[in-house]
Design a protein around this ligand. Structure first.
Ligand SMILES: *Cc1c(COP(=O)(O)O)cnc(C)c1O
Length: 365
């Protein structure tokens, strides 16, 4: 069996011990005589899986008791609508646009009220993050929305907007569980699980309890579609209808892995920082490949780079794939290459990539 190094931005690699555990339990989950894919979501086995997954997530991430965790379908993109529908109580919210996903989130929010663009880094093609302390926030904003790690442009926040009385809402899809997170700084955190947690098919939202029971200005709570109503779904413990059972199970296996095999998020952060350093140190030490991001805002999860020409970029990706380094093509909005090095990318994968880059450079410089 030859496993490849998959640098895809998502769906992406899962740790081998997680896959092996799922494989071992696949045909007969804990003596139930069935797989998790087949069992009733109302069975005691699945109820235990759901409870254990949530409890492990609380421990790993340090989620305080006054926050609720919801497991939803519809991906992170559906959260772009659920956030304003449920939280835009004043009819306006502040959006910081630092890339494609935050732009989409703002566009979706504008369907339900005013999505005010409080700051944007579009002027320099999203290669930096605006100074969050210099932004003038609307005192009437229901919340401030950010995308904390910009998957496509390879940037990340180094400081968070913190305004007294205005909750911070963050899309953390491509960075959650990569490092310790202080949940108390947010009113709501959400993420699609297919980047750094589990297979595609689920989003998780973590919400401060006092933000429940609300709705967008002009939209009575009972007019919110049921499957987009945080309060209804959380009241039913994410079991209002059939939940994404397999994703919840896989998320639980990932939490066990982070807790017991890695030893927590501080350890995970060290591993991730070391991996990113290998790649950025290499990029900084030569001039054939270039990374456009302002160094202070470099993402440790998504590393973008270009070779001297689009033709060479294409050749690079094709040859890399032959060498077992997959999905290095950059997003169409940016071009060039992007290496997504989430939790499950082993250090050896990054070393193999750097060795390949150097070989390619020598052949084409
Ligand atoms: C991938 C991604 C999304 C979109 O996620 P879906 O689950 O496909 O809807 C949104 N935000 C960020 C930051 C992402 O990386």
């Amino acid at each position: 069996m030859a496993r490849v190094y998959n640098f895809s931005a998502g769906p992406s690699m899962l740790p081998e011990p997680v896959l092996r555990k799922a494989q071992a339990e696949l045909l007969d989950y804990h003596g139930s005589g069935q797989s998790v894919m087949e069992m009733s979501h109302r069975s005691s086995w699945f109820e235990e899986i759901l409870a254990n997954t949530e409890a492990a997530m609380r421990r790993v991430l340090g989620v305080p008791d006054n926050y609720r965790i919801g497991f939803f379908q519809g991906g992170a993109t559906q959260q772009f609508a659920m956030v304003p529908l449920n939280l835009m109580t004043t009819g306006t919210a502040d959006y910081l646009v630092t890339g494609n996903f935050s732009k989409k989130a703002a566009e979706e929010a504008a369907k339900f009220g005013t999505a005010r663009i409080a700051a944007s880094s579009k002027d320099r093609n999203f290669t930096y993050i605006p100074d969050v302390k210099a932004v003038e926030y609307d005192p009437n904003a229901s919340y401030i929305h950010i995308c904390q790690n910009n998957t496509i442009f390879g940037t990340t926040y180094v400081e968070l907007p913190q305004v007294e009385g205005i909750p911070l809402v963050a899309d953390v899809s491509s960075m959650i569980f990569s490092e310790p997170t202080d949940v108390t700084r947010y009113g709501c955190l959400y993420f699609g699980v297919q980047k750094n947690v589990a297979p595609a098919g689920m989003a998780v939202a973590i919400l401060r309890e006092d933000l429940l029971g609300r709705s967008a200005k002009g939209i009575p709570a009972e007019k919110i579609p049921t499957m987009m109503n945080y309060t209804t779904l959380l009241k039913a413990d994410s079991m209002y209808n059939t939940p994404p059972c397999w994703c919840i199970y896989m998320t639980g296996l990932m939490m066990d892995y982070l807790e017991h095999e890695i030893g927590g998020l501080a350890q995970m952060q060290q591993i991730n920082q070391a991996k990113a350093k290998v790649l950025y140190d290499y990029l900084d030490g030569q001039s054939f490949f270039k990374n456009p991001v302002e160094p202070r805002y470099r993402s440790r999860m998504n590393v973008t780079f270009t070779s001297p020409t689009p033709e060479l970029d294409k050749e690079f990706c094709a040859e890399a794939a032959k060498a077992g380094l997959l999905n290095l093509k950059g997003h169409r909005l940016v071009g060039g290459m992007r290496a997504s090095i989430y939790n499950a990318m082993p250090p050896q994968g990054v070393e193999a990539l750097v060795a390949f880059m150097e070989k390619f450079r020598r052949a084409h410089a």
